[in-house]
Design a protein around this ligand. Structure first.
Ligand code: GDP
Length: 139
């Protein structure tokens, strides 16, 4: 079993899409083993996206991520990382495939509704950024 970190970003929460997005990922066979709602500070958002420090969109995306509450989840499945990345679609919703979450719901390259870890290394960092082991269901 593999774990990945999923986030419903502030635009998804504000637009009332939590239920719909969770239904879509559950239908894909991804099991929620941890879930909470948080409102990040700017510092927490910068720490989460530290791999992007120095890029032109770093200030803007970290402002966006602390502009309202997010739902953060740990998902588990045999190939959770790739399964969820495929369900999310490309970063830019205009390039995202039909039937993906970003194609269906995103409105902007930045306000793209969802986040998902892109590798086992980033999943390990991102899961531990928001959850301790006691908060993650052992099945
Ligand atoms: P992801 O793994 O598909 O989420 O994409 P990245 O790791 O490359 O980027 C992280 C997040 O930064 C994206 O999900 C967007 O919210 C935002 N982002 C990425 N590229 C751009 C960009 O060119 N402009 C802006 N404004 N935001 C971007």
């Amino acid at each position: 079993m593999e774990r990945t970190l999923a986030i419903i970003k502030p635009d998804g929460v504000k637009r009332g899409l939590i239920g719909e997005l969770i239904s879509r990922l559950e239908r894909e066979g991804l099991i929620i083993v941890a879930l909470k709602m948080i409102w990040m500070t700017k510092e927490q958002a910068k720490g989460f996206y530290k791999v992007h420090a120095g890029k032109p969109f770093y200030e803007s995306v970290t402002d966006f991520m602390c502009s309202g509450p997010c739902v953060v989840m740990v998902l588990e499945a045999k190939r959770a990382i790739n399964t969820y990345r495929k369900l999310m679609g490309a970063t830019d919703y205009k390039e995202a495939a039909e039937g993906t979450l970003r194609r269906d719901y995103a409105t902007d390259i930045e306000k793209n509704v969802v986040h998902g870890s892109d590798s086992p290394q980033s999943a390990a960092f991102e899961v531990a950024y928001f959850f301790n082991e006691l908060e993650i269901l052992k099945r």
